[in-house]
Structure formats: C-alpha cells, structure tokens
Design a protein around this ligand. Structure first.
Ligand SMILES: [Zn+2]
Length: 271
C-alpha cells in the first residue's frame, strides 16, 4: 500500500510535469473507484490551469483555477506522466490530458483509490477536516505527542498508527520509529516518559524523512511507460526481520500480531 512517503514522492514527482499546464480533457474510463467519480467532474476540470500539487495525509491535491482535484492512491494505485494517446491498459481508470502533449494517468488494479473535485477550502472537506496533524509539520512535536499519549492506555504502536492522533504513520514506519526510539511497541501509550515521548516524535520524523529522501531517487520513474514507481528500498531495522539478528545488538528480532498487524521489535534494544 502506498504510505505517506510514497504519496509525498508522487506529489514531488508529478509537480514539475503538471504545474502551469492547462487541462485539455479529463477522461474517466472507470468511475467505479472507492467512491463513484462525479459524472460532472470531467467537464468541470476542462480548460482549467493546474497551479501545483500538495499532499494532505495520503491525499494528493491538484490546485486548479476554480478548486482542487483530490486523488487517493488507495491500496494499489499510482500516477504516471505519459505521452497523450498512450494505449490504455486494463487498470488505467482516468487520464488528465494536458496542453504539454502529456497526460497524468491513474492506474489502480484494486480500485480502492479515488478522485474528487473540491470547489471549497480543501481543509473543510469531510475526508480532510478531521485529520490529525502531519507528522512532518512543526505542530507535531514532543508536547503534542505527550498530550495525546498520556491519556491513552492503548499500546503505543496502535496509538501512533491512529490517524485521529497523527496521520500517515503506517505499519512499517510505526515499527521502525519505535525501534529507533528504544520503546517496545506493546507498552501502554500513557506509560511513556516525557523523554521517551520526545525521542518517539523525533524518530517518527526521522524515519519518514529518510523514506522520502530514499524515494527522491525514484522521481524519474513518474515519467514514461516503463512500469509504475515502486516502493522505496530503505534499510529496515526490525520490520519483516523476525528471528534475524538485530542490526544494533545481534539479538533475534521478535514478532507478534498487534491490532491485526505484524509488529517487530528487538527485546534488548527496546524497553
Ligand atoms: Zn537490538
């Protein structure tokens, strides 16, 4: 599933190819995405200039003259920049054709992605207005995390994956952040000391920042027909490494299921 770093890299990857361009035509081949695409959307977008690309949580927002196009990549979606009239394949669901001779194509085999048009402030959209802070924003800091964790008895890993507390910390990044901070994933959120909370906030920012930097090397993959942008090859310390020696101390990495998801930790490095 595309996580926050992949979505951020998508925004950075497509921005130079769409910013300043005019929409010639938006063709929706398959409106049955996670939410049905509004039949009026294509006519609305036509002729508008694309001013830029932003990200909020895992939503991409393309700013147009009269509002925004909002795209979610779902479980399996991707966006690529291709020459106009590139042959359509089975899972290509919409094409945003531009006056540059190129188009932005959305491909999504599982169709959990989405496309909306927003004519009001995106921050007030029902899908966005209740979202918690971005982990890379200054507002997400040790004080904020301390305030939200100290009132919760749930396991700390589940707390940092709760998008009502902070957005975009997926399973891989939650495990890796807790390893870096030296905190066991099963600890009650409210048991963390002030110093541990500060270390965890910093680790979440560092792990996501590293993943985005790793993704920077894939930016060219957004243009051209040679396959979809992949996941970032990032050095993982614990995730997916059950039984393998901890990269820090050599102790075998442990695994258990927590909240329906696999969790990994080093019993020596994490307290
Ligand atoms: Zn270790």
């Amino acid at each position: 599933m595309p996580e926050l770093p992949e979505v951020e890299t998508t925004a950075r990857g497509i921005a130079p190819h769409v910013s300043g361009r005019t929409v010639l035509r938006l063709t929706v081949h398959e409106p049955r995405l996670r939410w049905r695409v509004d039949p009026k959307l294509a006519a609305w977008a036509q002729g508008q200039v694309i001013h830029g690309v932003q990200r909020r949580a895992k939503y991409l927002l393309l700013e147009l003259d009269r509002g925004h196009l909002m795209v979610h990549l779902g479980m399996s979606g991707n966006l690529r920049v291709l020459p106009l009239r590139t042959a359509r394949e089975a899972h290509d669901h919409f094409d945003l054709e531009m006056d540059s001779g190129w188009m932005l194509r959305f491909t999504d085999p599982r169709r959990f992605g989405s496309l909306h048009h927003l004519t009001a402030d995106p921050a007030q959209h029902p899908l966005l207005r209740k979202l918690a802070p971005e982990p890379l924003d200054p507002a997400f800091d040790a004080d904020y995390l301390h305030q939200v964790l100290r009132r919760r008895s749930v396991a700390v890993k589940l707390a940092i994956m709760n998008s009502q507390l902070v957005v975009g910390v997926g399973n891989i990044y939650a495990s890796e952040s807790l390893f870096r901070a030296g905190i066991r994933p099963g600890r009650a959120a409210r048991s963390l000391t002030r110093a541990e909370t500060a270390a965890l906030a910093a680790s979440i920012k560092a792990v996501l920042g590293d993943a985005i930097r790793a993704g920077g090397t894939t930016l060219r993959d957004f243009v051209g027909a040679d396959g979809a942008p992949g996941y970032f090859s990032q050095k993982l310390f614990v995730y997916g490494r059950a039984g393998a020696p901890c990269r820090n101390c050599g102790t075998p990495v442990k695994q258990r299921v927590q909240g329906g998801r696999a969790t990994y930790w080093c019993p020596a490095c994490q307290k």
